[in-house]
Design a protein around this ligand. Structure first.
Ligand code: NDP
Ligand code: DXP
Ligand code: MN
Length: 388
């Protein structure tokens, strides 16, 4: 494999930091072309001094001077703002973009890279939840690979290697169940962010960790799988697997099931995507059957964790529904993390927002931006009316 110049969009986050660990372990395979952050100027500077990218982008324009004052003398280009992020994403000097920005904000830079013809390692699931039809159609038109980083989608992708798509019967996404597995609404009504942030198996950014606690993460991942692999909604299932050792499965037309397994460590899917189609050797800790006497499975409780049911409905309904749901979800998670609303109220706001925003059957990209905006405004007004 030729040495790849990687651009990490969201380098200061959980995925971005682990990606830099992968890159540091393979200096002969990867170099860093671009790093971006939104607010965390200190860490962005530290990363840039260590990895010497061609350029960095800081989303917050207020932090531009702080970053420029340190990095400009070192020959590193410094840009600021959301527009600069989209422009830099289109640089032809980038061999692969790691899309690791959190939320809807990741959509524009990722589309910009795909339009330019740059392969994308996709962690940012919201990009496909919001506009998966347009993003994947663009990737097909430009003949650009979109390699999954999300652990379940990486598992499915690995199971599909060498298999004709026509022989796939269904995919089964595994879900840990989060910190509240088995709990009922009378318990959930009182839970606070500190408890919800305790994921049983993975250490991740705050937003995705809350999504795991509500099971919205699995709903987002079903929609991500629908677009990433071109599946019909009825061919995507979820099973609860509390140990997070089987990362997902594919069932084929002869009934054979393939599963991808390993310890819960995002460095593995990150490395697989950055190095694809090579499998690079590493010294990550290995799974051992000696340490696990049982791997267990159960059905999700969608009556209690209604966000998963909402997402499944959104996937079936199509159009702009998942975009609206995603926007409302980003708003409620933000509010929950600031103790502005309760755990179960997150679901109520999402439902009311979907009911309020007019349905569009075949949205354009412009429609998706408008719907995201309108849904956020409506969800914010509902949140503001809540007193806890
Ligand atoms: N963490 C994980 O293990 C997994 C994550 N994912 C997905 O990967 C994505 C990133 O997750 P994670 O790393 O946990 O998230 P984090 O919150 O840890 O990091 C988010 C990154 O995005 C940047 N960012 C935040 N808001 C904006 C914005 N408006 N514009 C530009 N950049 C922004 C942050 O910058 P700053 O630090 O300056 O705020 C940071 O670099 C998400 O879509 C998530 O669902 C998928 C599977 C696993
Ligand atoms: C690591 C990863 O891919 C997360 O999206 C993970 O899936 C979270 O775990 P659960 O959603 O299964 O709780
Ligand atoms: Mn996942």
């Amino acid at each position: 494999m030729n040495k790849r110049k990687i651009a990490i969009f969201g380098s200061t986050g959980s995925i971005g930091i682990q990606a830099l660990e992968v890159i540091a372990a393979h200096p002969d395979k990867f170099s860093v072309e671009v790093l971006t952050a939104q607010q965390n100027a200190d860490l962005l500077i530290e990363q840039a001094l260590k990895f010497k990218p061609n350029a960095v982008v800081i989303g917050s324009e207020e932090k531009y001077k702080q970053v420029k004052d340190v990095l400009f003398d070192k020959g590193i280009k410094v840009f600021a703002g959301a527009k600069a992020m989209v422009e830099v994403a289109s640089w032809s000097s980038i061999d692969m973009m790691l899309a690791a920005i959190m939320g809807f904000a990741g959509l524009a830079p990722t589309l910009s890279a795909i339009e330019q013809g740059t392969p994308v390692a996709l962690a940012n699931k919201e990009t496909l939840v919001v506009a998966g039809d347009i993003v994947m159609a663009t990737a097909r038109r430009k003949n650009v690979p979109v390699i999954p980083v999300d652990s379940e989608h990486s598992a499915i992708f690995q199971c599909l290697v060498g298999e004709p798509f026509s022989k796939v019967e269904k995919v089964i996404l595994t879900a840990s169940g989060g910190p509240f597995l088995g709990k009922k609404p009378n318990f959930l009504i009182n839970v606070k962010k500190d408890h919800a942030l305790q994921h049983p198996n993975w250490r991740m950014g705050a937003k995705i960790t809350i999504d795991c606690a509500t099971l919205m993460n699995k709903g987002l991942e079903m929609i991500e799988a629908r677009w990433m692999f071109g599946l019909q909604p009825e061919n995507i299932e979820v099973v609860i697997h509390p140990q997070s050792i089987i990362h997902s499965m594919v069932q084929f037309v002869d009934g054979s099931l393939k599963a991808q397994m390993g310890l819960p460590d995002m460095k593995l899917p990150i490395q697989y995507a950055l190095g694809y189609p090579d499998r690079l050797a590493n010294d990550f800790p290995r799974f051992s059957f000696r340490n696990y006497s049982s791997l267990t499975f159960e059905q999700p409780d969608t009556k209690t964790f209604r966000n998963l049911a909402i997402a499944i409905d959104a996937m079936h309904k199509g159009g702009n529904t998942a975009c609206v749901m995603n926007a409302a979800n980003e708003e409620v998670v933000h509010a929950f993390l600031r103790n502005r609303i309760g755990f179960l109220q997150m679901t109520e706001v999402i439902e009311e927002t979907i009911a309020k925003i007019p349905f569009i059957e075949a949205p354009t990209l412009h429609d998706y931006y408008e719907c995201d905006n309108a849904a956020r405004e409506h969800a914010a007004s509902l949140i503001n009316a809540i007193v806890i």
